[in-house]
Design a protein around this ligand. Structure first.
Ligand code: OGA
Ligand code: MN
Length: 300
């Protein structure tokens, strides 16, 4: 049976049925999934049963995979999962719920801010594939914001003003918003601020999109306060209700999203009480965003 595509919203989220991601897809099914990913930014594959390798094998068909930041930095405890899988759970390597004062728990809170994955890397993410193994009974949803729709809704003057602007993104910037500054020198060296265009053309659809995250901290060529105010204004604009799809997870859901034209955030839950086991594979984009857009960065 061929895959079925059920739109959840007109052109932002869709559910993909009649497909078993634990096995290689037929060429027709693969084409249907790829086509759906050009139109929709969020694809929901319900009822999957995947081990880590099957999850990674499916993700790898979309491009080269990232190594998780938890594997890059030496300052985390032993990894529970393979280095290509970002462990977005509240569970440690002994299969216990993370302690209240755990460092990983403090960093993980950053996922509650609107962001797009790996925009703090020069080569950011193209797509993320998050797989749900355990869910708390209450809360823990994930929200997705449609940055193509948010761009379309901007006044013409704002669109003009944003053209060619570059923001600096860093993991430290988003974590600083939450008062977390305890980065090691090694982490500071490995994750320095990187430039990202604020507006880009989405490769799949050709549509223009905002490109933004809470990782953005400065706008190049702008006084610091003015840049921050612009970033916050755009984050608020893009996360308005009409641009947001909320995913309420069921165990076995694999949700794939397009990091080039969306933002997402995790919603709170009682994480000291309930287990939430989420595992993410992340596909790299093809080139840094400034390179893709042909934006040259003037030396400051
Ligand atoms: C992620 C992420 C949010 C969530 O996996 O990249 O931000 O709801 N997750 O777990
Ligand atoms: Mn994320």
């Amino acid at each position: 049976m061929a895959v079925t595509v059920f739109p959840i919203t007109d052109d932002f989220a869709a559910e993909i049925g009649d497909v078993d991601l634990s096995r290689p897809l037929s060429p027709t099914d693969w084409q249907a999934v790829e086509a759906a990913f050009e139109t929709y930014s969020v694809l929901v594959f319900p009822n999957q049963s995947l081990n880590q390798d099957q999850h990674l094998d499916f993700a790898r068909r979309f491009g080269p995979l990232e190594t998780s930041v938890y594997a890059i930095s030496q300052s985390f405890d032993k990894l529970r999962l393979k280095p290509e899988i970002a462990d977005v759970s509240n569970i440690d390597d002994k299969n216990e719920i993370l302690a209240r004062d755990s460092r990983k728990r403090a960093i993980e809170v950053g996922n509650r801010l609107w962001h797009t994955d790996s925009s703090f890397k020069r080569l950011p993410a193209k797509a993320s594939l998050l797989y749900c193994r355990e869910m708390p009974p209450v809360g823990g949803h994930t929200e997705f914001a449609d940055m193509r729709a948010a761009y379309d809704a901007l006044p013409a003057e704002t669109k003009t003003r944003l053209t060619g602007l570059v923001a600096e993104h860093a993991l430290m910037y988003s974590r600083a918003r939450l008062g977390f500054t305890a980065f090691t020198d090694e982490e500071r060296r490995q994750l320095p601020p990187v430039p990202q265009v604020m507006v880009r053309r989405h490769a799949g659809s050709g549509r223009m999109t905002l490109y933004l995250a809470s990782h953005a901290g400065r706008v190049l060529g702008m006084p610091e306060a003015e840049g921050k105010a612009l970033i916050d204004q755009l984050l608020a604009h893009a996360s308005q209700r009409q641009f947001v799809y909320t995913h309420r997870w069921r165990v076995g859901d694999l949700v794939m999203w397009d990091d080039r034209c969306t933002m997402h955030r995790g919603r709170p839950y009682e994480d000291l009480r309930w287990r939430r086991d989420m595992q993410r594979a992340t596909v790299s984009d093809v080139a840094p965003t400034c390179e893709q857009e042909g934006v040259r960065i003037a030396a400051e």
